[in-house]
Design a protein around this ligand. Sequence first.
Ligand code: SIN
Ligand code: MN
Length: 202
Amino acid sequence: MPAPTLRLRGFDIHKQYLDPAAQKALIDALRPVLKAAPLFSPTTRFGKQMSVRMTSAGKYGWYSDARGYRYESHHPNGQPWPAIPDPVLAIWHDVTGHDRTPDCCLINYYGDGARMGMHQDRDEADFTWPVLSVSLGDDGLFRIGNEERGGKTESIWLESGDVVLMGGAARLIHHGVDRIRAGSSRLLPKGGRINLTCRVVD
Ligand code: SIN
Ligand code: MN
């Protein structure tokens, strides 16, 4: 039986939405994407290299450098981003209930020691569309704050197979990943954590 959905600060957390076979199938579907669009380490506009490595699938990919955060239509290697794999789209349609497909599936890879600071996802044109997150591999300590910067926060360990819907009144809530529990999952042959976030950009 699927685990119940938790609601934390307006985010819907579907624990164990994907069973181990579905997680494995998703990794298999991501493999050609990662081959065509290899992970890279973006820098912030302050010139600091991010500890998370990333790439994207879809019409747009998220990108950051000295010019700031934005979506780009091509990978830094000059190629268009690969298509979003069907199993990712199936999760999006099932959990969001929307027929419109997302424009971007950002693929974040957290190796040992990688983290993501508190931020809002606000590079998209229309915040009425939700952002959907899928966690695979090692556990990640996910922190949820407030729409304003600062204030009290709450944290939850996201495990492989968990899906989080960030939408509605919670769409602009600050969130981040404090740390990874290295070795907690055997899904990825080299360890680490993958997080997918699907976004409607235009
Ligand atoms: C993100 O906010 O883009 C990623 C969240 C996560 O890794 O769980
Ligand atoms: Mn985010």
